[in-house]
Design a protein around this ligand. Structure first.
Ligand SMILES: [Zn+2]
Length: 162
């Protein structure tokens, strides 16, 4: 009996960690998609700026363009910040973090950076910001169908955006 109990437990653990891994990969893929989206928006903004500069120069013969491109500039800053945030989330998903002093990717639990030796601040038990919130699989809810369903929903709702 004991043996079978252990076997059952083992199977559940394997399933849970596999599900967790799938979730993590899905989240990471979404984040990467969002990063690429930001990058292409930034590229478009640079293109806009180039066009504005060109037209301004050709039409007015001057390059007093600060006011004309303010909006684009601030959007580029916003998207750049957004990308950094997404990249941090990807690191968290991989149980990594960035060393404050050398910016290398290191293990989240590391007390000292293996690259530069800098002491790492105590990791506060902070909330890992999950991309859309609801995709965390409730560990007490082990119904397979349920979790698959919610993943499908997630995927299709993601498709409908934009
Ligand atoms: Zn370091």
């Amino acid at each position: 009996m004991d043996f079978f109990e252990k076997l059952g437990k083992k199977a559940t653990e394997t399933f849970n960690s596999a599900a967790e891994k799938t979730n993590r990969i899905a989240s990471e893929t979404k984040l990467k998609f969002k990063i690429n989206d930001c990058k292409s928006k930034i590229k478009d903004l640079y293109q806009d700026i180039g066009k504005i500069v060109y037209q301004k120069f050709v039409l007015d013969g001057n390059l007093e363009i600060k006011e004309d491109i303010e909006e684009q500039l601030s959007k580029i800053s916003d998207f750049t910040k957004q990308i950094e945030e997404y990249e941090m989330q990807i690191l968290e998903l991989r149980d990594l973090k960035q060393c404050d002093s050398c910016k290398n990717k290191i293990d989240r639990s590391a007390k000292f950076c293996p690259e530069c030796g800098a002491e790492q601040p105590e990791e506060p038990a902070q909330e890992v910001e999950i991309v859309d919130g609801e995709e965390e699989v409730n560990p007490e809810n082990e119904e397979e169908e349920n979790s698959t369903e919610s993943v499908d929903e997630e995927a299709s709702s993601e498709d409908n955006k934009e």
